[in-house]
Ligand binder design. Structure first.
Ligand code: Q46
Ligand code: ZN
Ligand code: ZN
Length: 302
């Protein structure tokens, strides 16, 4: 297999683009796609301070790496969720710290357990909710708070094409119109409260990100979160991969087509009014906010 650009040995075949690329040309292609996505969806510019939500997995570390390489101002934010199974959270933190040190990048680490005295494991037991919905509330809350404290206007996550196509499939299958209205590579800040949330990897798949991470020597956490086992999105991803195998480019067409027709769904978004949580002061649709209510339940159930 030869590189479509220079005829050196190719290491990856991108069927959806009809391209086979050598390491050098693949790295250029990858960074170029990220830059194009940033421009196409007007995610941010070089004056912005971008907070990167880093988990220690390949997506977020590759995102941090490539944005830094492209000359953007970044600051990593890692949450140690306190997931003890196979030391998942501690290993994730260690790899994130090592990456930041190696590349001389600023990093803030927040411990979920430090704040109210509970880890995700404890919250889950106390709240009778699934680990992922608990985790989602904790992450959203701590990330928003950090973005606010650091006066950053952009919060970037490593969600990729596979993640977004699987979410879209789920939202369509269940006609979750409210969620469809809010699925886009950039969600603007609402009011004075949240930073804009952006996803520069929406047009890059897991396979490309994994290849890029390996070629750039990024040491990431390979294990999936123990709580992700059995998640519906994993099932949807598998189905989408089967379709992609038969018809390369389907995932990208599916997601891009949706974004291009986004106006069809925008009216479906309910006008959400945000108020300040009476306990923590953070923006929320109800008071106390879901995080404060969860914290209270966790304390009551010690
Ligand atoms: S970290 Fe948290 Fe994910 Fe683990 S508990 Fe679920 S939501 S699966 S991205
Ligand atoms: Zn080449
Ligand atoms: Zn609150």
């Amino acid at each position: 297999m030869r590189c479509s650009k220079c005829f050196d040995k190719a290491v990856i075949n991108l069927k959806q683009y009809n391209l086979k690329l050598c390491p050098q040309h693949f790295k250029e292609f990858f960074a170029g796609r990220v830059e194009k996505t940033i421009k196409k969806y007007r995610l941010f510019n070089r004056n912005d301070l971008i907070i990167i939500a880093v988990s220690g997995g390949k997506d977020s570390l590759a995102l941090w790496y490539v944005l830094n390489k492209l000359g953007y101002k970044t600051h990593g934010f890692h949450i140690n969720l306190g997931i003890s199974h196979n030391s998942y959270s501690d290993i994730s933190e260690k790899k994130t710290r090592r990456f930041a040190e190696m590349h001389g990048l600023p990093l803030t680490v927040q411990y979920a357990v430090e704040e109210p005295g509970f880890s995700i494991d404890n919250y889950r037991k106390a709240g009778h909710r699934s680990a992922c919905s608990t985790c989602g509330t904790v992450k959203r809350y701590l990330m928003n708070r950090f973005a606010r404290q650091s006066a950053a206007n952009i919060l970037a996550t490593g969600h990729n094409l596979d993640d977004e196509a699987a979410v879209l499939l789920g939202n369509v299958l269940n006609w979750q119109t409210g969620y469809l209205a809010r699925q886009y590579p950039k969600l603007e800040a609402s009011g004075d409260f949240f930073a804009s949330r952006v996803k520069p990897f929406v047009e890059l798949g897991e396979r490309e990100i994994a290849a890029y991470s390996v070629l750039e020597g990024i040491d990431f956490v390979e294990d999936e979160c123990p709580y992700s086992v059995g998640a519906t999105t994993i099932f949807y991803k598998r189905i989408l991969n089967q379709i992609e195998e038969k018809s390369p480019g389907t995932k990208l067409r599916f997601l891009r087509g949706f974004f291009e027709n986004k106006h069809l769904f925008s009216d479906l978004e309910k006008d959400v009014k945000l108020i300040s949580c009476e306990e923590c002061g953070q923006p929320s649709v109800v008071s106390p906010c879901s995080y404060c209510r969860m914290k209270k339940r966790a304390h009551e159930n010690v």
